[in-house]
Design a protein around this ligand. Structure first.
Ligand SMILES: NC(=O)C1=CN([C@@H]2O[C@H](COP(=O)(O)OP(=O)(O)OC[C@H]3O[C@@H](n4cnc5c(N)ncnc54)[C@H](OP(=O)(O)O)[C@@H]3O)[C@@H](O)[C@H]2O)C=CC1
Ligand SMILES: CC(=O)[C@@H](O)[C@H](O)COP(=O)(O)O
Ligand SMILES: [Mn+2]
Length: 381
């Protein structure tokens, strides 16, 4: 039995992680669950999986859910609750399925407690990759990728020597607006932006896909997960999201991982690594697919991806500011305060003002995160 804890259990990745656990009840035991505001769904999860520890977003929500919890369940809330779920149970592995850099402290706490990490929450690695990877190495903790591209690369690298990698290519669907010109982008709506062509995901990452920030975050995530220099990370537009990513080796051989777009596959691989188990989803038939398409990435059309490479190469707190400014810009767009193209304007302006600090500690990371959020909130157009 593998014991798991999930932070962000009520979201897209969290619910799919529980689908995997429910499909293999003899393999997984759910020890702890943290949700945010969806206490109805959290309660259903508690009834089905009987975790010992539960956390909700606020003290008010904790009061609401408390009378409905089974006797003996330990209940927490807020940041302290995320840390308790991540580090306070008997779990062997913590799946980080919360959205945003709010997941940083709890991920670090899980690492300190010696838990394996199933990492979906890419913002954590972007905002403080050096701290997370350093602490994981010091504690001998594995960080297993859940993100589909990184799971693909991880699978391609199985048994390979890092020194023999020539480059890593992350594929990008192009998001909801991939065939629109920049002129056409000035009129797009929130509703249209939320229609991802291939994946059903939470709102924030769906907007990130449309701006190509998601791929920017993934480039930085790949740098930290695989220790790959930015010069050896490439991005290729692939509208079908069937080739999840690939690695080219020094002899010219390319290893790719393919499959239908179904997050339960990389989630399950992280949970069962190094083993594989049967999975219920639709199998890929290349004969049925017939053709796959690939296009060079256009960095003029998708400037947020160019910015991510620049921030990654600068390092220090530059990716922290990129991520925090984006979290606020996306929230403002979803709230219909700003237009789609103003997301990238906010990123550009906040980064212009940011003086990146090298080798930041946790306090510096959090101070820059707060600063960038404030700047991004204040900008008006
Ligand atoms: N969805 C996908 O297919 C993929 C997602 N990812 C990454 O995984 C992470 C999660 O994405 P996704 O599942 O789509 O996001 P969702 O928005 O669907 O889910 C987010 C989860 O985090 C919880 N949450 C949000 N804010 C807080 C907070 N302040 N405190 C406690 N809990 C909070 C939400 O709770 P509630 O809803 O109850 O408020 C919910 O459970 C992101 O980092 C994303 O980039 C990576 C690859 C694929
Ligand atoms: C499923 C997953 O891993 C997402 O991060 C996905 O990659 C989003 O797709 P694009 O960013 O390629 O549109
Ligand atoms: Mn991805």
């Amino acid at each position: 039995m593998k014991k798991i804890a999930i932070i962000g259990s009520t979201g897209s990745i969290g619910t799919q992680t529980l689908d995997v656990a429910a499909a293999h009840p003899d393999q997984f035991q759910v020890e702890a669950l943290a949700g945010g505001s969806n206490i109805q769904l959290l309660l259903e999860q508690v009834r089905q999986f009987r975790p010992r520890i539960v956390s909700v977003g606020t003290a008010g929500l904790a009061e609401e859910i408390k009378p409905h919890l089974p006797a003996g369940t330990r209940l927490y809330c807020g940041g302290e609750g995320l840390i308790e779920v991540a580090a306070g149970s008997d779990a062997d592995m913590v799946v980080t399925a919360v959205v945003g850099s709010v997941g940083l402290r709890s991920t670090l706490a899980a690492i300190e407690a010696g838990k394996q990490i199933g990492l979906a929450n890419k913002e954590t690695l972007v905002t403080a990759g050096h701290l997370v990877m350093e602490r994981a190495a010091a504690k001998g903790v594995a960080i297993l990728p859940v993100d589909s591209e990184h799971s693909a690369v991880f699978q391609c690298l199985n048994g390979e020597r890092r020194a023999e990698i020539s480059n890593i290519t992350l594929t990008a669907s192009g998001g909801s607006f991939r065939d629109l010109t920049r002129d056409q982008l000035s009129h797009v709506t929130v509703e249209d932006a939320l229609k991802h062509p291939n994946w059903s995901m939470g709102a924030k990452i769906t907007i990130d896909s449309a701006t190509m920030v998601n791929k920017g975050l993934e480039v930085i995530e790949a740098h930290w997960l695989f220790g790959t220099p930015y010069e050896q990370i490439k991005v290729l537009l692939h509208p079908e999201s069937i080739v999840h990513s690939y690695v080219e080796f020094v002899d010219g051989s390319i290893m790719a991982q393919l499959g239908t777009p179904d997050m339960r596959v990389p989630i399950q691989y992280a949970l069962t690594y190094p083993q594989r188990m049967s999975a219920p989803g639709k199998r890929l038939s290349l004969a049925e697919v017939g053709q796959l398409h690939f296009r060079e990435m256009d960095y003029e059309r998708f400037p947020c991806l160019r910015l991510a490479f620049e921030c990654g190469k600068i390092g220090g707190t530059a990716p922290t500011a990129y991520n925090a400014a984006n979290e606020i810009a996306v929230a403002r767009f979803l709230n219909k305060e700003i237009s789609f193209l103003q997301i990238e304007m906010i990123l550009e302006r906040v980064l212009e003002e940011h003086q990146a600090a090298a080798h930041p500690d946790l306090d510096t990371i959090e101070a820059v995160d707060a600063w960038a959020r404030k700047q991004a909130r204040q900008l008006s157009f």
